[in-house]
Structure formats: C-alpha cells, structure tokens
Design a binder for this molecule. Structure first.
Ligand SMILES: Nc1ncnc2c1ncn2[C@@H]1O[C@H](COP(=O)(O)OP(=O)(O)OP(=O)(O)O)[C@@H](O)[C@H]1O
Length: 249
C-alpha cells in the first residue's frame, strides 16, 4: 500500500520561504486527506513541492509503490489552450509515461473517467470552448484516468455546481475506499472536508498548525484563529457534523 510522509519539508520561490518545516504523520492508501488553510497559506505550493516542481529542504517520502509515476495532480488553474477534443485530452493524459500504443484498456479508462464525472456527452467538444465548471471536470478526468496511487487535487470543486461538487467528492471517496488510492485534496469548503475526508492538515502562513482526524481538527477555536470566523459545529438531522458560520471577526 502506498504511503506518503513529509519530514521537515519547506518550499521557497527564490529567497522567499512559502512552506516552512512541515512534518506529517504517514498517510496511506485508502485515506482522503484535506489540505486546509486560508488564501495564500501555501497549499498549492506544498502540492508543488511534493511533486518536485518547487525547491526546498526536507524529505518527501513515497513508499510502498513500484509505479513509475505514482502521483497525479489536478492543478487549481485548469485553463486549456490546446486544440483537442475533451476525449483526446483525457486520452493524452492517460498516455503520459505509458507506451505509445493505445490499448483497449486505455480507451476503457477514458470512458470510465468521463462517465464517473458525468461528462461523456462532452467527449467531442473542443476543450477551449468549455465553461469553467466543465473545464474543471475535464481536468479531474485527466488526473483520474492516470490511475495514480496518490492523487492530489487543488480545489477541484471551486467552479462546480452543488450536484457536481458532491458527485466529484463521492467519486474521490470511492477511489480511496475501493481502489486504495491516497487522495490529498485542497478545499475551502469545510463542510465538504467534514463529510468526505478522514484527516485534515491545516496550513497557516506556510506552517502546519494542525493535523489529525478531520472532525477533531475543525473546531470553533481553529476557525476563529485560522479563518477569523465565529462558527459552531452541530450534528445535522442525519447526525453528520455541520459547520454553521455566524460572522467574520
Ligand atoms: N510562482 C510563484 N512565485 C512566487 N511566489 C509565489 C508563486 N506562487 C505562489 N506564490 C506565493 O506563495 C504564497 C502561497 O501561495 P499558494 O498558491 O501556495 O497559496 P494557497 O494556500 O494555495 O492559496 P489559495 O487558497 O488562495 O489558492 C502566496 O503569497 C503567493 O503569492
């Protein structure tokens, strides 16, 4: 089973340190981990550091994998300029790092990713002509289709309507539960984090200030400190914890 551990990880752009001395417990396949924190806290930079796209000190250890490319990433910016159909762009993502010859299994995986995200009908469309939410779903399909052991998604629901937000998060939960993927997902919607994730890492000004079971990490005190809102967490009629924000402070 794949495992990911960060030990004293930092990241910098030029001389500016953005992520500072982040050490985590070992995360493993089957878990969905929320990456939380306010704007500019360093969430995207931490993802980029895990991918090796940004420099810094410390160790990012990926163990228990023999895949050549164990990690797939869905970035926050999903602008697409290439002249490709949705289907072609997802197939291209699938073929990254694989043999040049497209196998029936590759096509089946593209079909499956499009179907899971309910965008099969967009297959023939030019990716340059999509709406923001449609582009975001195609970007998610491009990450899913790689069948990674570790999947990192940077605010994947930010442009989606409510139905598609829940559908995407349900798909992610299922990938972790049924296929043993380790999923790291940056989220601003803390109710989504409470409902769909096992653990949460909270980043503030580049530092990891809380890490643990999501329901234990998201507390009124943390919300006051990190997000500067007065909020309460109450069970909804189905018994799930629900965040209710009173006001910004
Ligand atoms: N390529 C870059 N070069 C220099 N500074 C950068 C670069 N990318 C991001 N930064 C800076 O790093 C800091 C953290 O940015 P980052 O995108 O990691 O935050 P974030 O937590 O993902 O924010 P958000 O929730 O707003 O997406 C910000 O101050 C940002 O200006």
């Amino acid at each position: 089973m794949v495992r990911l551990t960060l030990t004293h990880v930092s990241a910098r752009y030029g001389r500016r340190t953005i992520v500072d001395d982040v050490t985590t417990p070992t995360f493993h396949g089957g878990q969905v981990v929320a990456l939380l924190g306010p704007n500019a806290a360093g969430k995207s930079t931490l993802f980029r550091r895990i991918l090796g796209l940004v420099q810094g000190q410390g160790e990012v250890a990926i163990e228990g994998s023999d895949a050549e490319r164990p990690v797939a990433y869905m970035p926050q910016e999903t602008g697409a300029k290439a002249v490709l159909s949705v289907y072609e762009s997802v197939l291209l993502a699938r073929m990254q790092g694989r043999s040049l010859k497209v196998q029936p299994e590759d096509l089946a995986q593209v079909d499956r990713a499009l179907e899971e995200l309910a965008i099969t009908s967009l297959g023939e469309r030019d990716i340059g002509d999509l709406s923001g939410g449609q582009r975001q779903l195609v970007s998610a399909a491009q990450a899913l289709v790689q069948e990674p052991e570790i999947l990192m998604l940077d605010e994947p629901t930010s442009a989606l309507d409510l139905n598609r937000q829940i559908n995407l998060l349900t798909v992610l939960r299922r990938l972790a539960d049924e296929r043993g993927m380790l999923i790291l997902v940056a989220l601003h919607d803390l109710n989504h984090a409470l409902r769909f994730t096992d653990c949460a890492m909270v980043i503030e000004q580049g530092r990891l200030i809380a890490c643990g079971a999501t329901q234990e990490v998201i507390t009124p005190a943390l919300l006051r400190q990190v997000y500067r809102v007065e909020a309460r967490i109450e069970p909804c009629s189905k018994g799930r914890p629900q965040l209710i924000v009173e006001e910004a402070v």
